[in-house]
Design a protein around this ligand. Structure first.
Ligand code: HAM
Length: 479
């Protein structure tokens, strides 16, 4: 029975979704442009894929017992009988696109990136939504540890360039299909001995997907995790060598990491390398005061983890002050679980909602709007028409130009120009509209000069050049 909405709720976004309002949307755009710029520089190609995919893609890849497949997918049947879902993540669609478009015939590896909306029906909480943004990078067709390191490297450069100083990559290896069996057995034996202390979900996971026990957020299960076997003690020689290779690359690239030997991820398709990136949370003033001492310890701890050779969980920074910004790993069996040929792959996804929130707190200057060079001021209907036409020619000539056509008084418009930080105002009144002239006003000195409208582009170029470099010769020449 469909839920009937009250009149009040009818005008609200559905639970777990929100409007990203203009100021915040600027942050999103700035992030998307920065991550796109870095990904492209490293050779990743942008691709857009649909927001809907066939449901059949996800159960065999993410895992029947994964939270996403079990309870978080927005699935629906179309009138034509197709089972579709709103995409919950992008690794599977990227692999689907690889095969659909015959990318095996392209030079390998194929390096793709995208960003956009993803959908998971989870309980909304701080930083988690039902429609959320992700930025994804995938390297398809490369088995080497260098590919894993490249992905982590690009990811960390993005964080650096966005202004994060204290971030750290938690990294682990899960082994491959063969050696993971041994580990799984050992893990199940360990948790069977502790079954009475496990939460209800974890008792189930013990039967369906024991690795996920390590991912449980219940405090009692978290405590048990500390004594659980470590994956690194069970992986085979070749997985160990692969992992060593990844770490050597990361050392070479000076990416801060520590090995978390019990790190697993919530999706079944991972093999070998898995990682998550954490950044130090920005605290509110109050929190900052309360936690000052604690924060100092965390910095020391993460520094030790990075500096020392012992990059293990024992040196792990305090998690309460860290926020997870994204994660990823290798998925060498994913294509086979879709009935395709073997395809090596490694990738990462950054959650954009939390990142945007953090950047807002950090006031990283990402969205500082550029001050206009020129502010157009008009007085009267005739002048308004002229202003509109001139606005377009100035915009085309690449001037950064602003206006407030809705305002009529000279004073109000000059106040807006001042507030916007414009260098020059261009004023057209009835008289100027008729005789083809325009007034240029220097907003800092108030000095005004009348020039011919047809000469305006040259005049503006000269004036702005002088304002940008007041010492340069030629100031007296401007007419
Ligand atoms: P994931 O860990 O499920 O991995 O998601 C990656 C990131 O997306 C998370 O770390 C988080 O920041 C963000 N995220 C996930 N769910 C939500 C939500 N409900 N609200 C807000 N943010 C969310 C993947 O999706 C993998 N496909 C990553 C990957 C790429 N592995 C290999 N390649």
């Amino acid at each position: 029975m469909p839920k009937k909405l009250s009149k009040k709720d009818f005008l609200k976004t559905p639970k777990g979704t929100r409007d990203i309002m203009p100021h915040d949307a600027l942050i999103w755009r700035a992030i998307e442009s920065k991550v796109g710029e870095i990904a492209s520089a490293y050779g990743f190609k942008f691709i857009r894929t649909p927001h809907i995919e066939h449901a059949e893609l996800f159960a065999p890849t993410l895992g029947e017992a994964s939270d996403i497949v079990e309870k978080q997918m927005y699935a629906f049947k179309t009138g034509g009988g197709d089972n579709l879902v709103l995409r919950p993540e992008w690794t599977v669609p990227a692999v689907r696109a690889y095969f659909e478009h015959g990318m095996h015939s392209w030079p390998q590896p194929v390096m793709l990136y995208t960003y956009g909306s993803f959908f998971r029906h989870e309980n909304p909480q701080k930083g988690r939504f039902r429609e959320f943004g992700q930025f994804d990078l995938e390297v398809l067709g490369d088995e080497s540890g260098a590919a894993d390191a490249l992905v982590v490297r690009v990811f960390s450069i993005i964080f650096q360039e966005l202004g994060f100083k204290n971030f750290i990559v938690h990294i682990n290896t899960l082994g491959d299909k063969e050696c993971r069996g041994e580990y799984r057995k050992e893990l199940v034996a360990y948790y069977r001995r502790k079954i009475n202390s496990l939460c209800k979900d974890c008792r189930n996971r013990l039967k369906t997907n024991p690795l996920r026990l390590l991912d449980c957020k219940e405090p009692s299960c978290q405590e048990l995790k500390e004594g659980a076997p470590k994956t690194i003690d069970f992986v085979c020689q070749s997985c160990r060598a692969h992992f060593k290779n990844v770490l050597e690359f990361l050392d070479e690239l000076a990416v801060p990491y520590f090995i978390d030997p019990r790190l697993v991820r919530g999706l079944d398709y991972y093999s070998r390398t898995v990682f998550e990136v954490f950044a130090e949370r920005v605290q509110t003033k109050k929190e900052n005061q309360e936690d000052k001492e604690k924060a100092e310890n965390i910095k020391d701890a993460s520094k030790t983890a990075v500096d020392s050779n012992d990059k293990t969980a024992e040196n792990k920074p305090e998690e309460a002050s860290l926020i997870a910004l994204g994660g990823g790993g290798r998925y060498d069996y994913l294509a086979e679980s879709l009935g395709q040929k073997k395809l090596f792959g490694v990738g990462v996804a950054i959650g954009l909602d939390r990142l945007a929130e953090e950047l807002k707190n950090r006031s990283a200057g990402l969205t500082r709007e550029k001050k206009p060079d020129i502010y157009m001021v008009q007085l009267g209907p005739q002048a308004k028409k002229k202003t509109l036409a001139m606005f377009e020619s100035l915009r085309k000539a690449k001037f950064n130009v602003a206006q407030s056509l809705a305002k009529d008084s000279l004073r109000a418009q000059l106040q807006s120009a001042d507030k916007a930080g414009a260098a020059l105002a261009l004023i057209i009144g009835q008289k100027e509209a008729l005789d083809g002239t325009i007034i240029i006003r220097d907003m800092s000195t108030g000095a005004q000069e009348t020039v011919l409208q047809e000469k305006i582009l040259d005049n503006l170029k000269k004036k702005l050049k002088i304002l940008a470099n007041p010492q340069a010769p030629g100031k007296a020449e401007v007419k």
